[in-house]
Structures are given as C-alpha cells and as structure tokens.
Design a protein around this ligand. Structure first.
Ligand code: HEM
Length: 155
C-alpha cells in the first residue's frame, strides 16, 4: 500500500472502474424522519427515499461523455494530481451518515487485487472475439454483459 501515492494513474483507473462498474446503482432505501425538501421539492416525514448513485456517476457536467471509460478524467494535466470536481462526484459508497462503513477496506482491497492481477497476468480479447459490450445489466445490483477474456501468465 505504501506505493499507492506514487501510482496516481492506477488510482485513476480504479476510480473510473468504480464509476463505470458501480455495483449499487440505486443505493439502498432510507426513510425521512422529518419533513424536508430537496431542490425545492417538499418531502414529508416517513417517505421512503432512494438517492440514486448512478445519476451522479453519469452526470455529464462532472464527467463529460460519461459513457466512455476514461481514467484520465480523474487526473489534472500534470498526470499526478487529481481533478477535484471528478473526485468529489465519485460517490459509489454513497454519502452522509449511512454511507458505506467498509469504504476504506473496500478501496484497499480493490487496489491490492487489481495491482496483483495486473502484475501477474495479461488480459486480452481472445482471437476472433470482441471487446466487451459496456451496456450495464441493471438489477438490485449492476453487473456486466457476458464476455470472453483471455488471461495469460506474464512470467
Ligand atoms: C466496492 C465495494 C463496496 C461498495 C461500492 C459499497 C457501497 C455501499 C453503499 C452504496 C452502501 C449504502 C449507503 C447508504 O445507505 O447511503 C453501503 C452500506 C454499507 N456497507 Fe458497503 N460497499 C462496498 C463494500 C463494503 C465492505 C467491504 C464492507 C464491510 C467490510 C461494507 C460494509 C457496509 C455497511 C456495514 C453498510 C451499512 C452502513 C450503514 O447503514 O450505516 N461495504 N455500502
């Protein structure tokens, strides 16, 4: 983990992966405890609310051409520091009091697993195959279309 600060592009790839492959696009349900309002819309107490994460992760103002997989959007021109607007809008773990309690653990696991896989294997499209269809499959969770991948040991 000590190397992570020297690997901004890897961090940017992970951020873009979490944006495009967000596992809980519709978040989980909550209930208002008191009358409130969002964007001038009144919401009475005891209303079930679902703060949809995917609308933020696909917001074209924060993420131009949101349909594209582009890790560079999380980096400034120097390639080392992070684009604050993009980072602020990356909310796969939700926000507020009930945001994911396992965020730090999950982020550490994602970094270690991705780097370990990249160090040991090469991932490519099998002969005669094609790149995966990036259209998400939505259910309670989001998952990818079936695809084929060739995984080769590096050493
Ligand atoms: C990529 C991995 C993960 C993602 C994207 C994720 C995302 C989320 C989201 C969106 C919520 C709902 C937040 C809300 O109610 O507003 C949540 C809740 C929660 N997550 Fe995760 N999570 C991940 C991994 C983990 C891990 C590894 C753990 C534990 C080791 C964990 C523990 C929890 C707990 C305990 C809650 C409920 C928090 C509460 O209601 O106060 N999550 N997570």
């Amino acid at each position: 983990m000590a190397d992570k600060t020297n690997m901004p592009y890897t961090s940017a790839v992970l951020m873009e992966l979490q944006r495009k492959a967000n596992i809980l696009p519709f978040n989980v349900m909550h209930k208002t405890l008191a009358d409130t309002e969002v964007a001038n819309l009144p919401i009475p107490a005891n209303t079930t609310v679902l703060a949809q994460i995917s609308t933020v992760l696909d917001d074209p103002e924060a993420f131009p051409h949101p349909e594209r997989f582009n890790p560079d959007r999380f980096l400034n021109a120097d390639g080392k520091t992070f684009n604050a607007t993009a980072v602020d809008h990356l909310v796969p773990f939700s926000l507020g009091k009930r945001q994911c309690a396992g965020e730090s653990l999950a982020r550490m696991e994602l970094f270690l697993i991705l780097v370990a896989l990249m160090q040991r294997y090469t991932f490519s499209v099998p002969k005669g195959g094609q790149l995966p269809d990036m259209t998400p499959v939505y259910g309670g969770t989001q998952f990818p279309q079936p695809y084929q991948c060739k995984i080769t040991l590096r050493h």
